[in-house]
Design a protein around this ligand. Sequence first.
Ligand SMILES: Cc1cc2nc3c(=O)[nH]c(=O)nc-3n(C[C@H](O)[C@H](O)[C@H](O)COP(=O)(O)O)c2cc1C
Length: 146
Amino acid sequence: MQNDEGQQSSQSIHHIVYCSQAVQHMDKEALDKIITTAKHHNPRFGITGLLVFGSGIFFQWLEGPKDTVTSLFKIISADPRHTDVVLLTKEDEFRERLFPNWDMELVAAEDISAVLEDAMHEASDPKHKKTLSKMLQELHNSALGK
Ligand SMILES: Cc1cc2nc3c(=O)[nH]c(=O)nc-3n(C[C@H](O)[C@H](O)[C@H](O)COP(=O)(O)O)c2cc1C
């Protein structure tokens, strides 16, 4: 791996992926509010990414400089609109951004349980596995996850 300074394609990009559970019912207005705040702040911090929401579960990909991604993740983790925040991935890589044009894009998840099941199988921390399994259980219990 080489760091070709001056070449955009080989910058060190930090990314964090987490999932969490919404505390209350999130309607379009509530989701728009989060996205509007994100689109306001993220460009100033060089952060891009996407936010997936489905069946009461958030799944967010944040990428950008390590210091700003780390501080934003701390702020987001303390947000009372969600709970059971599980950090799934935290990595530095020399590569291009995956979502260079998305300050924060909201994506609807038709089947968030598949995403959670994958994450659960890949999680190495038993605490994370347990939280993910709890989320899946709640998803299945809540009117077939719709
Ligand atoms: C699931 C979720 C995702 C969020 N994503 C972002 C984000 O990408 N960027 C951001 O600035 N705030 C995000 N927020 C909001 C922050 O937690 C926090 O409320 C906001 O940064 C505070 O901004 P303010 O001081 O301008 O009100 C998110 C909140 C939640 C619940």
